[in-house]
Design a binder for this molecule. Structure first.
Ligand SMILES: Nc1ncnc2c1ncn2[C@@H]1O[C@H](COP(=O)(O)OP(=O)(O)OP(=O)(O)O)[C@@H](O)[C@H]1O
Length: 247
């Protein structure tokens, strides 16, 4: 059963709490455990790049953070409160917003209708559209167009707009580069990097480490369901390419 938000537990301590934190988190798909005690923290105003080879558990970690997959052991914390068992919609209301792998947009709905989907979090369509079209004028021009008929970059803009319209404090981003040309990936990460100036903190899972390096504050290397190292993005990328990807 999902825990009501009113039952959340504050974790005592003098230090300011990270905005998002996983403490010794284990999670499974059915009987198979795939996260074996993940520790990770997202500090305010930072961009943490979650790097690692296929199947390491990056997407699963983001799914736990967004409330889609339950924590079986350990703690998921948002701003110092334990949020184990809180569902995805309630986490979104606490400011945790997700753009899943594949962007999560509905290709057979128009741009406007895709934005409408986010009104479930309590924001009006008018406000969602205002924020989206101001940030990405091209979406305003395409408001009546089916999302599936837009370019990959435009679809990613739509996914970002839908997430940002709810005024999140934490953005979870999975494989932004998927299906995009390298130039568009650079442009999109440029946009994402600037979101930190708007007060967002970002956890981004990315297989193409090089794409996210320029905007990352720190990087976490994930292997076989564990975060095995956290540090400077360039160091982690170097370790990843020499030790795990064979050069
Ligand atoms: N829906 C699922 N059901 C069962 N096992 C799954 C499911 N999704 C992922 N897994 C398994 O969980 C492990 C971690 O996968 P995950 O997708 O989190 O890794 P990843 O680091 O994001 O990799 P990729 O970059 O390939 O998406 C893998 O062994 C994968 O096979």
């Amino acid at each position: 059963m999902n825990a009501p938000v009113t039952d959340l537990v504050d974790v005592p301590g003098d230090e300011p709490a990270p905005l998002l934190e996983l403490v010794d988190v284990r999670a499974s798909y059915g009987p198979i455990e795939v996260l074996h005690g993940v520790n990770l923290a997202l500090q305010p105003g930072s961009v943490v790049a979650l790097l690692g080879p296929n199947g390491g558990g990056k997407t699963t970690t983001l799914r736990v953070c967004s409330g889609v997959l339950p924590v079986e052991h350990g703690e998921l914390r948002v701003a110092g409160r334990v949020v184990n068992g809180v569902d995805a919609a309630a986490l979104a209301r606490l400011g945790v917003c997700t753009i899943p792998e594949g962007r999560g947009i509905f290709p057979n709905l128009t741009v406007r209708e895709n934005l409408w989907v986010a009104t479930g979090t309590g924001v009006s369509l008018k406000d969602l559209e205002a924020v989206a079209y101001e940030r990405f004028p091209i979406l305003g021009k395409r408001r009546g167009q089916l999302a599936g008929s837009m370019s990959g970059g435009e679809q990613q803009m739509l996914a970002l707009s839908r997430a940002l319209g709810t005024d999140p404090t934490v953005l979870l981003l999975d494989e932004l580069s998927m299906g995009l040309a390298p130039r568009i990936v650079t442009e999109m990460y440029d946009i994402v990097g600037r979101l930190v100036d708007d007060g967002l903190s970002i956890l981004v899972a990315e297989q193409f480490a090089r794409a996210v390096l320029p905007i990352a504050t720190s990087a976490a290397l994930m292997l076989q369901g564990r975060v095995v190292r956290v540090g400077d993005p360039a160091d982690i990328e170097h370790e990843l390419s020499t030790s795990y990807l064979g050069g």
